[in-house]
Design a protein around this ligand. Structure first.
Ligand code: G3H
Ligand code: 13P
Ligand code: ZN
Length: 323
């Protein structure tokens, strides 16, 4: 099966109330760990590459690794996606390189600029012989607490996605999916106190865009056992806090079809590598620390697939992608 776009998988995900995991990848071990997990759980998957990942590993090498994954796992629909494309040029370049999906992120620009730049990518991506999906973003990521302190509801709209803008944005741009800001943020320190997401906004947005796929960035849980292990073996990740798994599950039933996870993979890899080095400071065979790291990636991804509700959904997504 060739690499797919997100159309088919999002259609099935929306209808059946689950989300597809979008995992950030930078190297072979990450890709292998993720693929072993989705193959065992028969789940669809999005492998996403940031601009930084492309710079680190060379886009051609990453594409070759993902194409190898597609050849090795023909029953798993895999979408190769550009995460947070910051310019029209980069997004269009990835369209030309054969990505199944690209994100153009102009969420920090004024609404009109975001619309105009997103539209340019949509026109290029949708004109390709094999349709390339486009994701855009409205609103800015960042914990509710940091935005909400002493801030009126109007001001909050400046940061979190304003439901009043979503219909116009989707219509004017023609995007295939929309990343929304409801209080999540990137990285391992998402909340200072009790984690809180703006589900009221998510529900409003879903009602305004029935059947339209939404995307949740900054969705790592910051799994406690890995943070503890990192700290136990010499790391310093104090007060790390993420999005509770119940919140991710709930979002997956409210139109969120794609859930972005990077930090949890980084934590798992780091914890395992730190353990190996601390227990055996003489170790210098990369296989002895990258092997356990790859195994941990597989375990984390399996856990995520259960939370997202996408276990066993590969076949239906594959069929929908072929239509
Ligand atoms: O949202 C960003 C992802 O976690 C990718 O991070 O730009 O450091 O590769 P990166
Ligand atoms: P996390 O930092 O929560 O894993 O979010 C990753 C992400 O949104 C990538 O686009
Ligand atoms: Zn993101």
């Amino acid at each position: 099966m060739p690499l797919v776009n997100t159309k088919g998988m999002f259609k099935v995900a929306y209808e059946q109330g689950f989300a597809v995991g979008a995992f950030n990848v930078n190297n072979m071990e990450l890709i292998q760990g993720i693929m072993e997990a989705v193959a065992e759980e028969k789940a669809p998957v999005i492998l996403q590459l940031s601009k930084g990942a492309r710079q680190y590993a060379n886009p051609k090498w990453l594409t070759a690794l993902i194409q190898t994954a597609a050849a090795q796992y023909p029953d798993i629909p895999i979408c190769m996606h550009l995460d947070h494309g910051d310019t029209v040029e980069l997004a269009n370049q990835c369209v030309d390189e054969g990505y199944g999906s690209v994100m153009i992120d102009k969420s920090h620009d004024p609404f009109e600029v975001n619309v105009a730049e997103t539209r340019k990518v949509v026109e290029h991506a949708h004109a390709r012989k094999y349709y390339c999906s486009v994701e855009a973003e409205l609103g800015r990521l960042g914990g509710i607490e940091e935005h909400v302190v002493g801030v009126s509801a109007d001001q909050l709209d400046k940061f979190l996605t304003d439901p009043k803008e979503v219909q116009e944005f989707v219509k004017a741009t023609g995007v295939d999916s929309l990343a929304i800001a409801i209080g999540t943020s990137h990285g391992a320190f998402k909340f200072k106190s009790e984690p809180k997401l703006a589900f009221d906004r998510l529900e409003k947005i879903q009602a305004l865009l029935p059947g339209f796929p939404l995307v949740l960035h900054g969705a790592s849980t910051v799994i406690e056992s890995y943070v503890e292990k990192i700290n136990k073996y010499g790391g310093q990740m104090v007060k790390a806090m993420g999005v509770p798994e119940e919140a991710i599950r709930k979002a997956s039933t409210l139109g969120v079809c794609k859930v972005n996870i990077d930090t949890d993979l980084r934590l798992a890899m780091t914890a395992e590598i730190r353990e190996v080095f601390t227990k055996d400071p003489k170790e210098f065979d990369p296989r002895k620390y990258l092997g356990p790291a790859r195994k941990a990636i597989k375990e984390v991804v399996k856990r995520k697939l259960a939370v997202l509700g996408c276990v066993g959904k590969a076949e239906a997504c594959l069929k929908a992608s072929q239509c």
